[in-house]
Write a protein that binds this ligand. Structure first.
Ligand SMILES: [Mn+2]
Length: 348
């Protein structure tokens, strides 16, 4: 018996699903619905581990946010102060938690299938997969599943790719970690014939790119936005342009979000701390643009490491916020209620 999405249990109690969503198998998530899938994988990092604990940490953080809708005697929803619409939790849920994949540690092929198969199942029925990583190798098996799912509906489907990340992750191979890890995953994706334009947003720090990586981007027509250009040209302007480029010639765009696109001061619970990154507020403002693009049909969050997450789980809370800013419009009902004049008199 799936648990109800609206629930009166306090956020610190009760079973832990993402945003109190009922459980559902990936193959049962359909058109107009979102399936959240945990991938507790941290075998493919170049350094710090602990990303395997992130799916549960993100789910727990999401319960606090879900609590706003469930704790009142008579739930009446919340006003979106930018639009005047009122959001409520629908009686018929459109958000489902598909649990965590069962990983086959040490067997690369089985592990890839374990991640790709459920993502393909959600995508094939028209569902929107939200993948909770996991280290940042996860998007590689995840996008393989996404492509498979899309191609069951449209055999020649092409996919665009957008990476919100402090890094290119375009290295080809590492001495001690080979060709498959969280620093090479974008290179492996660039080799897939089904993938069209790749775009990076939020590159920061030092040692971002080696010459062969710039040549690859130049030759393939990829695009990238650094923190500096984002600040000069505008958060939402650059994100819209990035999504337009990723959408060119694509039936759908896969978006991956590496927590480390954010400055370490705002998101300390991660592998690669950067000190000149964007603020969490800037990144959330950028993610708010994603729902404007119908091409965006998959999203993942990677590289959260809860045991480095100081300050009451701020990075996990941030990850949960980020997901809701992308899928909130899909999984909540929204009705117009207040006029611009109503709101303008109050919110100045
Ligand atoms: Mn990164």
């Amino acid at each position: 018996m799936p648990m109800p999405q609206r629930d009166t249990v306090h956020w610190y109690a009760g079973p832990t699903t993402f945003y109190r969503a009922p459980a559902r198998k990936p193959e049962e998530v359909g058109e107009g619905q979102v399936g959240v899938l945990g991938v507790p994988l941290d075998s493919w990092t170049l350094g710090r581990n602990g990303q395997r604990y992130a799916p549960r940490a993100i789910r727990e953080a999401s319960l606090y946010l879900a609590g706003y809708y469930g704790l009142q005697t008579e739930p009446v929803g919340y006003v979106e102060v930018n639009t005047g619409n009122v959001s409520t939790v629908p009686d018929e849920p459109r958000l489902f938690d598909c649990g965590d994949v069962r990983l086959h540690q040490g067997d690369h092929e089985l592990q890839t299938r374990a991640i790709a198969d459920p993502v393909a199942a959600i995508t094939a029925n028209g569902g929107f997969p939200v993948v909770l990583g996991g280290d940042h190798f996860v998007p590689y098996p995840s996008i393989l599943g996404f492509i498979e799912g899309l191609r069951r509906r449209k055999p020649d489907a092409k996919v665009g790719f957008l990476n919100l990340d402090g890094h290119f992750d375009l290295w080809d191979e590492f001495k001690d970690m080979g060709r498959y890890n969280h620093g090479t995953f974008a290179r492996r994706i660039s080799e897939l014939p089904e993938v069209g334009r790749m775009v990076w947003w939020g590159l920061n720090g030092t040692h971002i790119a080696q010459p062969d990586q710039i040549e690859l981007c130049r030759d393939k027509g990829y695009a990238a936005y650094t923190v500096r250009s984002i600040r000069e040209r505008g958060i939402q302007e650059t994100m819209r342009e990035a999504l337009e480029i990723a959408s060119e010639g694509a039936d759908a765009v896969y978006v991956t979000f590496d927590i480390d696109v954010t400055d370490g001061a705002f998101a300390p619970g991660t592998h690669s701390i950067v000190v000149d990154g964007l603020t969490s507020g800037e990144v959330l403002a950028a993610l708010a643009v994603l729902p404007e693009f119908e091409t965006v049909q998959a999203f993942d969050v990677c590289e959260l490491i809860p045991q480095y997450d100081v300050g009451g789980g701020r990075t996990a809370r941030y990850a949960a916020h980020a997901i809701l800013s992308v899928i909130g419009g899909r999984v909540l009902d929204s009705e117009p209620r207040f006029s611009e004049a109503d709101l303008g008199a109050i919110f100045r």
